[in-house]
Design a protein around this ligand. Structure first.
Ligand SMILES: [Zn+2]
Length: 130
């Protein structure tokens, strides 16, 4: 048995990949932790320490609603740049708006009561607000 230095779970030796350089011949992280840490680095190009720093800089909460715990590393799909760590709901909302700032601004105006209203300028002819 061995304790994973990341998740702190005590797991059987088979749960650890081998590492010839280590004193006990095993990786310090269990296979599961190794995989999820690698995922973060591969997908977002940041380490766990960098992610934790980012979450701390947001006060530990979502960078959008500032209420729910920060949960999901979010990145720009075009540039790959990490933008922040929103909660699951806000991250899903960004996806619903397809990451379009214009749509999100209209949504903000909408919930503030400034609904999109075309003006009737002639019968059957509407002018869109600019
Ligand atoms: Zn949120």
């Amino acid at each position: 048995m061995k304790r994973c230095s990341r998740c702190k779970e005590v797991r059987p030796r088979a749960a650890f990949a081998s590492n010839k350089a280590a004193r006990d011949g095993l990786q310090a992280y269990c296979r599961e932790c190794w995989a999820s840490a690698g995922h973060l680095k591969r997908q977002y190009g940041i380490t766990e320490a960098e992610r934790d720093e980012l979450i701390a800089s947001q006060g530990g909460v979502c960078c959008i609603c500032r209420a729910a715990p920060a949960a999901h590393v979010d990145h720009c799909h075009e540039t790959g740049r990490v933008r922040g760590v929103p909660c699951f709901s806000c991250n899903a909302a960004l996806g619903q708006f397809k990451d379009q700032p214009e749509a999100i601004r209209r949504a903000a105006a909408y919930v503030e009561g400034n609904a999109w209203k075309p003006t009737l300028v002639a019968p059957g002819v509407y002018q869109l607000p600019s």
